[in-house]
Write a protein that binds this ligand. Structure first.
Ligand code: SF4
Length: 285
């Protein structure tokens, strides 16, 4: 019996990653090389390809050797921007517009007197950058209890999400805040900052995962949005998160009749197609 293999809608780079890569490729071509502050995207294959073109990663502003520095799609906080300006380095800003929006909201809420809560992974560069715009008046967490244990408990709380958050989990988090922090004179201001591309990508991956009996999520193991896709799909069907086609073990395919593929926002369509070709080969389709 033949095996059906289907790709989810909307795979390939999201608009933010596409834009960042285009700018970096153009700059590297014009200047011969360009440094980025931290990894411009969380995808090893993409970084390797950019490296060949002359795009290199600097761990910190101090370590920058040239006079042009690119900020990646995840953005940075105001203090990093100030550090770059202080060194008179030219900035090429590839921060995604959805991330810029979240940063501006964090800044606005903080200036308006809200304690800013960023729902997301506190160690992720995007979250660190967004929180930095709250000028020290906030916290990043995925656990509402952390907020309820703050002493004193903030009366005015402004909440936003990491752009790659899962909408239903964000809503649960906000409900948790209402349950645990809301009392007399409390004010809770919630802003939806989850990116549209991520919503669509998650929805199409879930639709496909509901139909198939095996799902492959393609992307870097360190990529936040790739991990969230895998988390969502694994609730619906057997799911593997892989970075490249080479990782597929033939024994994984045994007994499966309908296989789905999706990919993270920084996974090239080319990598997805390599996975598709390998699956077709292994399944004899
Ligand atoms: S996932 Fe969304 S917010 Fe992140 S870079 Fe892509 S388009 Fe921008």
């Amino acid at each position: 019996m033949s095996v059906k293999i289907e790709k989810a809608a909307g795979t390939g780079f999201c608009f933010g990653v596409k834009r960042a890569i285009t700018i970096l490729e153009k700059t590297a071509k014009e200047q011969g090389s360009v440094e980025t502050i931290g990894a411009v995207v969380h995808n090893k294959q993409v970084l390797q390809r950019l490296g060949i073109l002359g795009v290199t990663v600097a761990d910190s502003v101090e370590r920058v050797r040239g006079n042009t520095l690119a900020i990646g799609a995840h953005g940075v906080g105001p203090e990093v921007e100030a550090e770059i300006h202080a060194r008179n380095i030219n900035i090429i800003d590839t921060t995604c517009r959805s991330v810029h929006r979240a940063q501006a909201i964090a800044e606005r809420l903080s200036k308006a007197g809200f304690f800013v809560v960023v729902y997301g992974d506190a160690n992720h560069p995007e979250v660190k950058g967004i929180l930095a715009w709250a000028n020290g008046k906030g916290i990043a967490t995925q656990n509402a209890k952390v907020i309820s244990e703050l002493n004193p408990l903030p009366k005015r709380i402004g909440v936003l999400s990491q752009t790659t958050g899962i909408p239903s989990s964000f809503i649960d988090f906000v409900k948790g805040l209402l349950d645990t922090t809301f009392n007399k004179d409390s004010e809770l201001h919630v802003v939806d900052t989850i990116c549209h591309d991520i919503r669509r990508r998650q929805a199409s991956a879930q639709q496909l995962a509901e139909k198939v009996d095996l799902m492959f999520v393609v992307g870097d193991h360190t990529s936040a949005n790739t991990n969230r896709l895998a988390e969502l799909c694994s609730k619906l069907t057997k799911t593997y998160l892989i970075e490249t086609a080479d990782e597929i073990k033939p024994r994984w395919l045994k007994g499966h009749k309908h296989i789905g593929i999706t990919g993270g926002a920084s996974t090239a369509e080319e990598t997805i197609n390599e996975v598709l070709s390998r699956l077709e080969k292994l399944c004899g389709s």
